[in-house]
Design a protein around this ligand. Structure first.
Ligand SMILES: Nc1ncnc2c1ncn2[C@@H]1O[C@H](COP(=O)(O)OP(=O)(O)OP(=O)(O)O)[C@@H](O)[C@H]1O
Length: 263
Protein backbone atom coordinates (compact mmCIF):
# COMPACT_ATOMS: atom_id res chain seq x y z
CA UNK A 1 0.00 0.00 0.00
CA UNK A 2 1.47 3.38 -0.93
CA UNK A 3 0.26 6.94 -0.40
CA UNK A 4 0.33 7.56 -4.13
CA UNK A 5 -2.69 5.30 -4.51
CA UNK A 6 -4.72 8.07 -2.89
CA UNK A 7 -3.79 10.55 -5.58
CA UNK A 8 -4.90 8.57 -8.59
CA UNK A 9 -7.51 10.32 -10.72
CA UNK A 10 -10.28 7.75 -10.32
CA UNK A 11 -11.31 7.27 -6.70
CA UNK A 12 -12.67 3.81 -7.48
CA UNK A 13 -9.17 2.73 -8.44
CA UNK A 14 -8.04 3.14 -4.88
CA UNK A 15 -9.39 -0.22 -3.86
CA UNK A 16 -6.62 -2.09 -2.20
CA UNK A 17 -6.27 -5.67 -1.10
CA UNK A 18 -5.97 -5.81 2.65
CA UNK A 19 -4.14 -8.65 4.27
CA UNK A 20 -4.58 -8.15 8.03
CA UNK A 21 -8.19 -7.84 9.12
CA UNK A 22 -8.94 -5.54 12.05
CA UNK A 23 -12.52 -6.83 12.13
CA UNK A 24 -13.97 -10.14 10.99
CA UNK A 25 -17.69 -10.78 11.21
CA UNK A 26 -18.55 -14.39 10.62
CA UNK A 27 -22.10 -15.62 9.92
CA UNK A 28 -23.88 -13.05 12.06
CA UNK A 29 -27.61 -13.52 12.56
CA UNK A 30 -29.85 -10.99 14.27
CA UNK A 31 -33.61 -11.19 14.49
CA UNK A 32 -36.14 -8.96 16.17
CA UNK A 33 -39.32 -10.82 17.12
CA UNK A 34 -38.85 -13.24 14.26
CA UNK A 35 -37.87 -10.55 11.71
CA UNK A 36 -34.39 -11.26 10.38
CA UNK A 37 -32.41 -8.02 10.35
CA UNK A 38 -29.06 -9.71 9.56
CA UNK A 39 -28.78 -13.16 7.96
CA UNK A 40 -25.48 -15.05 7.93
CA UNK A 41 -23.61 -11.81 7.43
CA UNK A 42 -19.86 -12.19 6.96
CA UNK A 43 -17.60 -9.21 6.44
CA UNK A 44 -13.94 -8.30 6.92
CA UNK A 45 -12.33 -4.90 7.34
CA UNK A 46 -8.58 -4.59 6.83
CA UNK A 47 -6.19 -2.64 9.02
CA UNK A 48 -6.07 0.97 7.80
CA UNK A 49 -8.91 0.44 5.35
CA UNK A 50 -11.67 2.94 4.59
CA UNK A 51 -14.78 0.86 3.96
CA UNK A 52 -18.11 2.32 2.88
CA UNK A 53 -21.30 0.44 3.66
CA UNK A 54 -24.19 1.32 1.40
CA UNK A 55 -27.64 -0.11 0.85
CA UNK A 56 -31.33 0.75 0.86
CA UNK A 57 -33.28 1.74 3.97
CA UNK A 58 -33.78 -1.22 6.28
CA UNK A 59 -30.85 -3.16 4.77
CA UNK A 60 -29.31 -3.68 8.20
CA UNK A 61 -26.54 -1.04 8.25
CA UNK A 62 -27.40 0.34 11.70
CA UNK A 63 -27.93 -3.16 13.09
CA UNK A 64 -24.46 -4.09 11.79
CA UNK A 65 -22.90 -1.15 13.69
CA UNK A 66 -24.99 -2.05 16.78
CA UNK A 67 -23.58 -5.58 16.69
CA UNK A 68 -19.98 -4.32 16.43
CA UNK A 69 -20.41 -1.89 19.34
CA UNK A 70 -22.19 -4.42 21.55
CA UNK A 71 -25.51 -2.57 21.56
CA UNK A 72 -27.19 -5.57 19.91
CA UNK A 73 -26.22 -9.15 20.71
CA UNK A 74 -26.40 -11.41 17.65
CA UNK A 75 -28.35 -14.67 17.89
CA UNK A 76 -25.31 -16.41 16.44
CA UNK A 77 -21.99 -15.68 14.78
CA UNK A 78 -18.70 -14.13 15.89
CA UNK A 79 -17.15 -10.68 15.60
CA UNK A 80 -13.39 -10.92 15.89
CA UNK A 81 -11.57 -7.67 16.55
CA UNK A 82 -7.81 -7.43 16.19
CA UNK A 83 -7.82 -11.12 15.24
CA UNK A 84 -8.49 -12.60 18.66
CA UNK A 85 -11.06 -10.76 20.75
CA UNK A 86 -14.70 -11.78 20.21
CA UNK A 87 -16.74 -8.60 20.60
CA UNK A 88 -19.96 -10.57 21.10
CA UNK A 89 -18.63 -11.42 24.57
CA UNK A 90 -17.74 -7.85 25.57
CA UNK A 91 -19.88 -5.01 26.94
CA UNK A 92 -20.23 -1.75 24.96
CA UNK A 93 -17.86 -0.02 27.41
CA UNK A 94 -15.24 -2.75 27.01
CA UNK A 95 -15.58 -2.51 23.23
CA UNK A 96 -15.07 1.27 23.31
CA UNK A 97 -12.01 0.81 25.56
CA UNK A 98 -10.65 -1.76 23.12
CA UNK A 99 -10.40 1.05 20.55
CA UNK A 100 -13.67 1.13 18.64
CA UNK A 101 -15.28 4.57 18.39
CA UNK A 102 -18.71 5.26 16.95
CA UNK A 103 -20.19 8.48 15.68
CA UNK A 104 -23.95 8.66 15.29
CA UNK A 105 -25.61 10.71 12.59
CA UNK A 106 -26.78 13.49 14.89
CA UNK A 107 -23.97 15.29 16.71
CA UNK A 108 -24.16 14.83 20.47
CA UNK A 109 -21.73 17.41 21.82
CA UNK A 110 -22.16 19.20 25.15
CA UNK A 111 -23.50 22.51 23.84
CA UNK A 112 -23.06 24.45 27.08
CA UNK A 113 -19.36 23.60 27.28
CA UNK A 114 -16.50 24.94 25.20
CA UNK A 115 -14.94 23.03 22.33
CA UNK A 116 -11.85 22.36 24.45
CA UNK A 117 -13.95 21.13 27.40
CA UNK A 118 -15.83 18.74 25.14
CA UNK A 119 -12.54 17.18 24.06
CA UNK A 120 -11.34 17.14 27.66
CA UNK A 121 -14.40 15.16 28.76
CA UNK A 122 -14.01 12.73 25.88
CA UNK A 123 -10.43 12.10 26.94
CA UNK A 124 -11.40 11.21 30.49
CA UNK A 125 -14.26 8.86 29.90
CA UNK A 126 -13.69 7.13 33.22
CA UNK A 127 -14.92 10.22 35.09
CA UNK A 128 -18.21 12.13 35.30
CA UNK A 129 -18.49 15.38 33.31
CA UNK A 130 -17.81 17.61 36.30
CA UNK A 131 -15.12 15.42 37.80
CA UNK A 132 -13.31 15.35 34.47
CA UNK A 133 -13.42 19.14 34.15
CA UNK A 134 -11.90 19.44 37.65
CA UNK A 135 -9.19 16.84 37.04
CA UNK A 136 -6.02 18.32 35.56
CA UNK A 137 -4.78 17.33 32.15
CA UNK A 138 -1.20 16.19 31.87
CA UNK A 139 0.94 17.71 29.13
CA UNK A 140 0.59 14.68 26.83
CA UNK A 141 -3.21 14.92 27.05
CA UNK A 142 -3.10 18.64 26.37
CA UNK A 143 -0.87 18.04 23.35
CA UNK A 144 -3.27 15.38 22.07
CA UNK A 145 -6.22 17.77 22.30
CA UNK A 146 -4.20 20.52 20.58
CA UNK A 147 -3.26 18.14 17.76
CA UNK A 148 -6.87 17.07 17.27
CA UNK A 149 -8.08 20.70 17.29
CA UNK A 150 -5.55 21.52 14.61
CA UNK A 151 -6.39 18.47 12.53
CA UNK A 152 -10.09 19.34 12.64
CA UNK A 153 -9.49 23.02 11.92
CA UNK A 154 -11.11 23.95 15.23
CA UNK A 155 -8.03 25.63 16.75
CA UNK A 156 -9.64 29.07 16.52
CA UNK A 157 -12.81 27.80 18.22
CA UNK A 158 -11.29 26.15 21.27
CA UNK A 159 -12.84 28.57 23.79
CA UNK A 160 -16.15 28.85 21.97
CA UNK A 161 -19.28 27.21 23.34
CA UNK A 162 -19.99 24.11 21.29
CA UNK A 163 -23.63 25.17 20.96
CA UNK A 164 -22.49 28.15 18.86
CA UNK A 165 -20.68 26.03 16.25
CA UNK A 166 -22.13 25.34 12.81
CA UNK A 167 -23.66 21.91 12.20
CA UNK A 168 -20.54 20.82 10.31
CA UNK A 169 -18.22 22.05 13.06
CA UNK A 170 -20.26 20.11 15.62
CA UNK A 171 -19.80 17.01 13.48
CA UNK A 172 -16.04 17.63 13.38
CA UNK A 173 -15.96 18.20 17.13
CA UNK A 174 -17.68 14.89 17.68
CA UNK A 175 -15.15 13.16 15.45
CA UNK A 176 -12.50 14.91 17.56
CA UNK A 177 -14.11 13.50 20.72
CA UNK A 178 -13.50 10.06 19.25
CA UNK A 179 -9.98 10.83 18.04
CA UNK A 180 -8.66 12.01 21.41
CA UNK A 181 -9.43 8.50 22.67
CA UNK A 182 -7.03 7.18 20.01
CA UNK A 183 -9.36 4.58 18.49
CA UNK A 184 -8.19 1.93 16.02
CA UNK A 185 -11.52 1.50 14.29
CA UNK A 186 -14.00 4.32 13.66
CA UNK A 187 -17.63 3.64 12.80
CA UNK A 188 -19.28 6.66 11.22
CA UNK A 189 -22.98 6.89 10.44
CA UNK A 190 -23.78 9.27 7.55
CA UNK A 191 -21.04 11.72 8.53
CA UNK A 192 -21.73 14.10 5.63
CA UNK A 193 -25.46 14.45 6.29
CA UNK A 194 -26.49 18.09 6.60
CA UNK A 195 -23.04 19.43 5.72
CA UNK A 196 -22.32 22.16 3.20
CA UNK A 197 -20.48 21.14 0.02
CA UNK A 198 -17.25 22.63 1.35
CA UNK A 199 -17.61 20.79 4.67
CA UNK A 200 -18.35 17.54 2.84
CA UNK A 201 -15.25 17.92 0.68
CA UNK A 202 -13.17 18.61 3.73
CA UNK A 203 -14.64 15.63 5.60
CA UNK A 204 -13.61 13.44 2.66
CA UNK A 205 -10.07 14.83 2.90
CA UNK A 206 -10.03 14.21 6.65
CA UNK A 207 -11.17 10.59 6.26
CA UNK A 208 -8.54 9.92 3.62
CA UNK A 209 -5.94 11.30 6.02
CA UNK A 210 -7.21 9.14 8.89
CA UNK A 211 -7.26 5.96 6.79
CA UNK A 212 -3.98 4.10 7.03
CA UNK A 213 -3.44 5.02 10.66
CA UNK A 214 -7.06 4.17 11.50
CA UNK A 215 -9.57 1.74 10.04
CA UNK A 216 -12.86 3.39 9.10
CA UNK A 217 -16.30 1.99 8.42
CA UNK A 218 -18.59 4.64 6.95
CA UNK A 219 -22.31 4.13 6.41
CA UNK A 220 -23.37 6.59 3.74
CA UNK A 221 -26.21 7.26 1.32
CA UNK A 222 -24.54 10.14 -0.52
CA UNK A 223 -22.94 8.39 -3.50
CA UNK A 224 -20.94 11.49 -4.44
CA UNK A 225 -19.30 11.37 -1.02
CA UNK A 226 -18.75 7.61 -1.28
CA UNK A 227 -17.06 8.15 -4.61
CA UNK A 228 -14.56 10.59 -3.13
CA UNK A 229 -13.58 8.42 -0.16
CA UNK A 230 -14.16 4.74 -0.81
CA UNK A 231 -11.41 2.18 -1.16
CA UNK A 232 -13.80 -0.66 -0.98
CA UNK A 233 -17.59 -0.76 -0.80
CA UNK A 234 -19.96 -3.30 0.73
CA UNK A 235 -23.58 -3.26 -0.39
CA UNK A 236 -26.08 -4.60 2.14
CA UNK A 237 -29.56 -5.70 1.17
CA UNK A 238 -32.11 -7.46 3.38
CA UNK A 239 -29.51 -8.16 6.04
CA UNK A 240 -27.02 -9.78 3.69
CA UNK A 241 -23.99 -8.74 1.67
CA UNK A 242 -25.27 -8.26 -1.86
CA UNK A 243 -21.98 -7.14 -3.42
CA UNK A 244 -18.50 -6.07 -2.43
CA UNK A 245 -15.53 -4.58 -4.23
CA UNK A 246 -14.42 -1.29 -5.70
CA UNK A 247 -17.12 1.34 -6.17
CA UNK A 248 -16.78 0.81 -9.90
CA UNK A 249 -17.45 -2.93 -9.50
CA UNK A 250 -20.52 -2.49 -7.35
CA UNK A 251 -21.88 0.30 -9.56
CA UNK A 252 -21.75 -2.10 -12.49
CA UNK A 253 -23.45 -4.94 -10.57
CA UNK A 254 -26.92 -5.57 -12.01
CA UNK A 255 -28.44 -6.61 -8.68
CA UNK A 256 -27.08 -3.50 -6.96
CA UNK A 257 -28.52 -1.34 -9.73
CA UNK A 258 -31.90 -3.03 -9.31
CA UNK A 259 -32.20 -2.78 -5.53
CA UNK A 260 -30.31 0.39 -4.73
CA UNK A 261 -28.70 2.58 -7.34
CA UNK A 262 -31.45 2.51 -9.97
CA UNK A 263 -31.15 2.59 -13.74
N1 LIG B 1 -35.10 -2.94 17.64
C1 LIG B 1 -35.73 -3.37 16.55
N2 LIG B 1 -36.89 -4.04 16.62
C2 LIG B 1 -37.51 -4.51 15.53
N3 LIG B 1 -37.04 -4.33 14.26
C3 LIG B 1 -35.89 -3.66 14.13
C4 LIG B 1 -35.16 -3.13 15.24
N4 LIG B 1 -34.05 -2.52 14.77
C5 LIG B 1 -34.08 -2.64 13.44
N5 LIG B 1 -35.18 -3.32 13.04
C6 LIG B 1 -35.52 -3.68 11.67
O1 LIG B 1 -34.41 -4.32 11.09
C7 LIG B 1 -34.23 -3.91 9.74
C8 LIG B 1 -32.85 -3.34 9.54
O2 LIG B 1 -32.80 -2.07 10.18
P1 LIG B 1 -31.53 -1.12 10.18
O3 LIG B 1 -31.90 0.10 10.98
O4 LIG B 1 -30.34 -1.88 10.60
O5 LIG B 1 -31.42 -0.74 8.63
P2 LIG B 1 -30.56 0.42 7.95
O6 LIG B 1 -29.89 -0.21 6.78
O7 LIG B 1 -29.69 1.07 8.97
O8 LIG B 1 -31.66 1.42 7.44
P3 LIG B 1 -31.59 3.03 7.29
O9 LIG B 1 -30.76 3.31 6.07
O10 LIG B 1 -33.03 3.39 7.07
O11 LIG B 1 -31.04 3.59 8.56
C9 LIG B 1 -35.32 -2.90 9.43
O12 LIG B 1 -36.38 -3.57 8.77
C10 LIG B 1 -35.77 -2.44 10.80
O13 LIG B 1 -37.14 -2.09 10.81
Amino acid sequence: MTDSLFTQPHPADRWRQQSDPVLQLDRINVSFDGFRALTDLSLQIGVGELRCIIGPNGAGKTTLMDVITGKTRPDSGTVLYDQDSDLTRLTPVEIARAGIGRKFQKPTVFEALTVFENLEIALKTDKSVWASLRARLDSAQRDRIDAVLKMLRLGGERSRLAGLLSHGQKQFLEIGMLLVQEPHLLLLDEPAAGMTDAETAWTAELFRDLAGTHSLMVVEHDMGFVETIADHVTVLHQGQVLAEGSLRDVQANEQVIDVYLGR
